[in-house]
Design a protein around this ligand. Structure first.
Ligand SMILES: Cc1ncc(C[n+]2csc(CCOP(=O)(O)OP(=O)(O)O)c2C)c(N)n1
Length: 671
């Protein structure tokens, strides 16, 4: 009896163990596989094997896969979740890559990447040597156009459509997917304006979620809202659209007739003429962008209609992840998070930490604006990213979000400055490339006091080549009247901002990097800085290090290490690339045989180049070694990885100085 009881207990334990193991194994598989469809889909051809009724489930699995990977890997989040159904429908109906699908900005293209051969490497998204966070021509034939900056899709897709027409490839579809945020840019309007007179096969899909990174702004947004909420129009829209689409398939004459009829029906129902129709586009929608079967059906129907068309879809940014649906700005790119609880993972420290440079900018601007009633703030669609939202909250009538419109932001600032106001125009260094003519033509030639604050200057990290602020030192320093400055720390940033708003400061640019500074105790009283005056950090022997901006801190670390090994370079923080501190430079070239310049910017044309020009102009002949971003596009990775890769982090400075020291010793022995 006792034996049987023991045997029963043993068997029971065994069964429980196996059941638990089986359950865990099954759960792990399910987590990995995520459902019955996605494991079998690697390319659009696999997707096309399924029935239209299966698309909803496939979309769910795709959404879950994005959540699983982004939660542990980081990256853009809510934009991709919002277009999952659209992505599935597009790849289901279109014949990609023969048909050309162009994503605007590209931060919403994760689903596209997963369905086009990159599911198995999606976990390397935005990691050094991994796949890019944006579509990229060199990465996949499905990525028809490289992106990162916004509002290029209509022009690019139109270019492709015109090329197809020229080559006689009349069956090819060309689709641009653009968000309502990206649609606010001048470039998007330029594309629409041109497309309206080209009879090319172009479909623009306007993904309207009312959001940019922050709330979308502007009159176009209000117009789109009025379409989506027009009850009378929406009541009739679907039936009418169906009939009109079918009718227009009957041939060119029917097509012309339908176009006319459509315009007048839409005009009557909307009680206003349709903006897109006025530009010669045929407007369809609004359509529920989360109804994947309906989307597939509409896209299929639109394939048969020639000429420029615009399909307006309405989606929810962050769809399917409750917290992201609720706080869309926070979840645009939240970093790592727990996919079950939604807790965003942040490193905690018991010591006070240095603030982000962007926050120093935001708080300092409010402080300055409290004292100077002429100060106003301008951001092109980056209130949270630049921390301009601090001023927008504190002084709503003195801070402007102008939409994704860098060119306008600069010329608008110039207009404000003509009237005696002092605009602080905050634009990421790489996005400022868009507004170069405005900086020269509207601000610098007229010598207006606009303070440009260039955030994300230098390598920007995992967003990659499109987002690195590599060129601003070079492109700003060649502009007459322009002051070009970069702070080494938070206190310097505050003082430069203070200096830039003083009378007669003229066009004044201040660049600072993404991320945190170095001073937990950063709120110091303002001090004016003499324009063009650098500062000596330490004296030394034989070698002088000249730095601009935050990389000065790398040099400080390098000097500490080198001093402990008996090597003593001098270090100067130049502060300004224009005007250059010539007093320092004369002193340096008279005293030091070797000069090392360090900058978080392109070597060509940057501070090092300015120093070389000075040396040539004054006939000095020291050895100058320039450290900075080399003449190539730097891919994505963490900032420290990229600083090391480019060869200007602390270690690279140490190595460079040691090499000089070794060369010097060898030369002395030889002589
Ligand atoms: C020229 C330029 N300016 C600013 C940005 C920063 N940016 C990236 S996404 C984005 C919002 C885009 O909004 P929308 O097109 O509506 O797409 P959603 O994220 O809402 O899907 C902005 C402002 C950019 N990528 N390019």
């Amino acid at each position: 009896m006792y034996f049987f009881v023991k045997l029963a207990i043993f068997l029971l334990t065994l069964i429980t163990k196996y059941l638990t193991l089986y359950f865990l194994f099954y759960k792990a598989c399910m987590e990995d596989i995520n459902g019955p469809f996605l494991p079998n889909i690697n390319y659009p051809a696999d997707l096309k094997r399924y029935k239209e009724q299966d698309l909803e489930q496939i979309a769910q699995e795709l959404r879950q896969y994005i959540i699983d990977v982004v939660s542990v890997n980081g990256g853009h989040f809510s934009s991709s979740l919002g277009v999952v159904e659209l992505t599935v429908a597009l790849h289901y109906v279109l014949n990609t890559p023969y048909d050309k699908l162009v994503w605007d900005v590209g931060h919403q293209a994760y689903g596209h990447k997963i369905l086009t051969g990159r599911k198995s490497v999606f976990h390397t998204n935005r990691i050094l040597n991994g796949i890019s966070g944006f579509p990229k021509i060199s990465e996949s034939e499905y990525d028809t156009f490289g992106v990162g900056h916004s509002s290029t899709s209509i022009s690019a897709a139109l270019g492709m459509a015109v090329a197809s027409h020229y080559k006689g490839e009349t069956d090819r579809q060309h689709v641009a997917v653009i968000g309502d945020g990206a649609m606010t840019a001048g470039l998007a309007f330029e594309g629409l304006n041109h497309a309206g007179i080209e009879n090319s096969n172009l479909l623009v899909i306007l993904n309207d979620n009312c959001m940019s990174i922050d709330q979308n702004v502007g009159a176009l947004k209000e117009y789109l809202t009025s379409i989506t909420t027009s009850k009378s129009y929406n009541r009739f829209r679907d039936d009418i659209s169906q009939v009109l689409i079918k009718l227009s398939e009957l041939g060119p004459n029917a097509h012309k007739f339908v176009k006319k009829m459509e315009k007048s029906i839409k005009g009557t129902l909307l009680k206003q003429s349709n903006f897109f129709e006025a530009l010669n586009f045929r407007y369809f929608g609004p359509v529920d962008g989360h109804d994947v079967q309906r989307l597939a059906q509409v896209i299929r129907d639109l394939k048969d209609i020639p000429g420029p068309k615009l399909l307006h879809i309405v989606t929810l940014k962050g769809k399917g992840f409750a917290l992201a649906e609720k706080d869309q700005t926070k979840w645009h790119a939240p970093g790592l998070f727990d996919k079950i609880t939604g807790e965003i993972k942040k490193s905690v420290s018991d010591k006070p930490q240095p603030p982000k440079y962007q926050d120093v900018f935001g708080h300092t601007l409010v402080e300055l604006a409290e004292a100077n009633k002429n100060i106003v703030g301008i951001t092109p669609a980056m209130p949270s990213g630049s921390s301009m939202n601090i001023m927008m909250k504190a002084m709503p009538n003195r801070a402007f979000d102008v939409g994704i419109a860098e060119q306008h932001a600069v010329t608008f600032s110039a207009g404000l400055a003509t009237q005696g106001l002092v605009p602080f125009c905050n634009i990421y260094s790489s996005f400022m490339q868009r507004a170069y003519d405005q900086v020269i033509h509207d601000v610098a030639i007229q010598n207006l006091n606009v303070v440009f604050c260039l955030d994300r200057a230098g390598v920007a990290g995992s967003d990659g080549a499109t987002h690195h602020g590599a060129y601003d030192l070079a492109y700003m320093r060649c502009i007459p009247n322009m002051t070009v400055a970069a702070p080494m720390n938070e206190e310097e940033l505050r003082n430069l901002m203070y200096t830039g708003q003083l009378e007669n400061a003229g066009p004044f640019s201040i660049r600072y990097p993404r991320g945190n500074g170095v001073m937990p105790d950063w709120k110091r009283p303002f001090k004016a800085i003499e324009v063009g005056k650098g500062r000596k950090i330490c004296d030394g022997e034989d070698v002088a290090i000249l730095t601009i901006g935050h990389v000065g801190n790398f040099a400080v670390e390098a000097c500490k290490e080198l001093n402990s090994e008996g090597i003593h370079p001098a270090h100067y923080d130049m502060r300004f690339v224009k005007p250059l501190d010539e007093v320092i430079l004369h002193d340096v070239f008279k005293r030091y045989k070797h000069v090392v310049t360090v900058e978080d910017g392109c070597i060509q044309g940057g501070m090092g180049s300015a120093v070389l020009e000075f040396m040539a102009d004054h006939k000095y002949n020291s050895q100058v070694i320039r450290l900075g971003i080399p003449d190539e596009f730097i891919e994505h990775g963490e900032q420290p990885e990229l600083w090391a890769l480019c060869g200007y982090d602390t270690n690279a400075i140490i190595t460079t100085i040691k090499k000089i020291a070794v060369g010097r010793t060898t030369a002395t022995i030889a002589s």
